[in-house]
Every structure is written in structure tokens, then in C-alpha cells.
Write a protein that binds this ligand. Structure first.
Ligand SMILES: [Fe+2]
Ligand SMILES: [Fe+2]
Length: 366
């Protein structure tokens, strides 16, 4: 157990900073950690470092994909530079909500800060930061608005799992009990579909471009529900109290993103893509509809948790910790995000995930 004694110098310093106000704490955070760690030599355990490194890598990958969405469909500014926007794609996204460009920008901005903080924190605690730059080999979109740079992730041939939609609506099932769930958009699981225009040829016909924007709209939720589970899954196995604080403070922002995207995906116009037959069903009509699909049911339905003997509880799901990092890597791979990536990329990510899953299997049990 690594809880610090209340009288430790770090605790005193943190109390002092907390007393100085939230602004001072925010500005001084990384410097504070660095000073305290150098002073106390509180190097991370191997397991905590492995968990932070896997999360940093996952956040770098999230940032890369969100950056691509922002260049074409978000707001390009000093906070999230790069790209010049694609007006037709941005307009198609706006069919889901007039503020989609702002939300895409803000989610992208958040992901940058997640990986940047995690890497700075790793260094401050004597750990190794993560870089995936050597794997930046994938071609990106050539549509108007995209930067002409290599990418880590591929948004142009996705197989999007939308089962999170029904998973969060079930009142009797939980993936941690082995339950499985029907997808909201079955077609997205049976092919490879672009979530951004691959080139300007994808800007027409209009229904095809709307299908691309709809795919993005559901993919946003697919990505963010993953982060929503990953942090609580891994937090159960960190030992250091401050590392726990890091995970418990970043993780819920993924849930804030998920909640937004869950709401917006329900506004995706029902349609059939004339170029490939992909169907976005009317989720409020038969054979969809009802509690499993109705589009305004965006808050988690209470469900079974830990044991069926307990009363139903409104929870994040899944939160089983064993194998969570490898599970997340497999999920992102099955999503198609890494189509075209080098074998060395998969080897590196698999090593990070295995190390994270090997961390402190007994967790914080006392
Ligand atoms: Fe994130
Ligand atoms: Fe995220």
C-alpha cells in the first residue's frame, strides 16, 4: 500500500497549493509533481508505469483520430491547429447537431491534453514517456481541408461496433456477466466504411456524404465508450494513490464525451448509402424502437452489477479489470482503426497492453 502518511512533505505541499486556489494548482501541477518526485524519489512501480504507458499510447491514438475529424469537420484554431475544414462534411455532421464542429474540436483538444499530461507525469515520476511517431506511416484523407501528413490511425475503412448503444440501455444484462448486445447500426459491423471523406469524390452524392457523417457520429460514441470503461478497469490495479487520482480524474471526461456523442448519434438521419447499401435505420421505429433503441434514452439504464443478488445500479460497463488493456487493443483493431499499420506497431502496442495487464493482478486489495 502506498498511501502517503498525512505528514509527508508532498502532502503538505499539495495542501498548501490547494489552499492557494484552483488556478494556482492547475498552473503548478506538473512542476509540483516534478519537484516532489525529485525530492522524494517516489519512482513509479513497474506496474503503475505500465498502466500509465498503455494509457498514454491509447491517448496518442485517440488524439490522432480526433485530429483527423477536427481537420475536416471541427473548428481549426490555435487550440487545435491543423487542417482548414471541409464545408460539405461539416454541414453533413451538423445534421446531427448544429454544434458538432465545436464538440469535435473540444473532444480533440481534450485528447491532446490527456496524452501530453500522461507523458509529462510519467517523466516526472521517473517513468518512460511514450512516442508512436515512428509508426506515423498511414496515408490520410486527400479531401479538401485535411493536412497532407501521415497518420497513426485509419478512419477510411472502419467496421464500427455500435453495441454500446444497447449495452447502456439494458436493465438486466452486463458485458461483465458475459452478455452480448445487438448493434444500433447492424450494417456498420458488416463491412468497411469511411467516417471521413477519403477524397473530394466522397462529397457527392449528398446521401453518401451523410452516411459518412453518420458513421462518424456513431464512431465518436464507439471510441469514447471505450475510454469510459478503460480507465476504471485499469484504475483497479494501480497501487500509488496519486496515479489512482490521475486515472480517476481523466477517466470520467471520457464518459462526458460519451454522453454527448450518445445524444448526437441518435440524430443521425435514417438513410441508405446509394454507393454501398449501408443502412442507418430509424431507431425509433419497428423493428427497432422501444427501450433498447429509442433515441432520447441517453442515460445509462441501471443494470446488474457484481452479482445478480444486488439491486440494479446505474454504472459504467464493462469494468472488469483482467485483460482490459488487451481487450481495448483488440477492440480498436477490430474497429479497423489500424488497417495498414506496420507489424512493428502491433508488436509494440501488444507489448504495452500485456505489460499493463500484468500489473498488480491483486490490485489494491488489502
Ligand atoms: Fe482521452
Ligand atoms: Fe476520449
Amino acid at each position: 500500500m502506498s498511501y502517503r502518511a498525512p505528514s509527508s512533505p508532498l502532502t503538505s505541499r499539495r495542501s498548501f497549493l490547494a489552499g492557494a486556489g484552483v488556478g494556482a494548482l492547475g498552473v503548478g501541477l506538473i512542476g509540483d509533481v516534478s519537484l516532489a518526485s525529485a525530492r522524494e524519489g517516489r519512482r513509479l512501480t513497474e506496474g503503475d508505469e505500465a498502466i500509465l504507458r498503455f494509457l498514454a499510447a491509447a491517448e496518442i491514438l485517440e488524439t490522432d483520430l480526433w485530429q483527423q475529424y477536427n481537420e475536416l469537420g471541427g473548428i481549426q484554431d490555435r487550440e487545435v491547429p491543423g487542417g482548414t475544414g471541409n464545408s460539405a462534411y461539416t454541414a453533413a455532421l451538423a445534421m446531427l447537431d448544429a454544434d458538432m464542429a465545436q464538440y469535435i474540436h473540444d473532444n480533440t483538444d481534450d485528447e491532446f491534453t490527456h496524452f501530453t499530461f500522461l507523458n509529462a507525469y510519467l517523466e516526472a515520476r521517473g517513468g518512460r514517456p511514450v512516442s508512436l511517431e515512428r509508426f506515423r506511416t498511414l496515408p490520410g484523407s486527400t479531401a479538401t481541408g485535411a493536412q497532407e501528413i501521415k497518420r497513426l490511425t485509419n478512419l477510411m475503412a472502419l467496421t464500427v461496433d455500435t453495441t454500446w448503444w444497447t449495452r447502456y440501455r439494458s436493465s438486466s444484462m452486463n458485458p461483465d456477466f458475459g452478455d452480448s448486445f445487438p448493434p444500433a447500426v447492424p450494417g456498420l459491423l458488416t463491412g468497411q466504411f469511411p467516417a471521413i471523406p477519403r477524397s473530394d469524390a466522397d462529397l457527392t452524392p449528398a446521401t453518401h456524404l451523410q452516411a459518412i457523417a453518420n458513421t462518424a457520429g456513431f464512431h465518436f460514441g464507439t471510441i469514447e465508450q471505450g475510454g469510459t470503461s478503460l480507465y476504471p478497469q485499469l484504475a483497479q490495479r494501480v497501487l500509488d494513490q496519486e496515479v489512482l487520482r490521475v486515472l480517476l480524474s481523466i477517466g470520467p471526461t471520457e464518459a462526458l464525451h460519451l454522453q454527448t456523442w450518445h445524444d448526437k448519434a441518435g440524430n443521425a438521419p435514417p438513410l441508405t448509402d446509394p454507393t454501398n447499401g449501408l443502412v442507418f435505420p430509424d431507431l425509433n421505429s419497428s423493428p427497432f424502437g422501444g427501450e433498447d433503441f429509442q433515441t432520447n434514452l441517453i442515460m445509462p439504464e441501471p443494470t446488474v452489477f457484481l452479482s445478480r443478488k444486488f439491486p440494479a445500479c446505474s454504472i459504467i460497463r464493462p469494468t472488469e479489470s483482467a485483460g482490459a488493456a488487451m481487450g481495448a487493443l483488440k477492440f480498436l483493431t477490430d474497429d479497423g482503426l489500424f488497417r495498414g499499420q506496420l507489424p512493428a506497431f502491433f508488436a509494440f502496442m501488444t507489448r504495452l497492453a500485456r505489460q499493463a495487464d500484468a500489473a498488480h493482478p491483486a490490485g489494491r486489495h488489502v
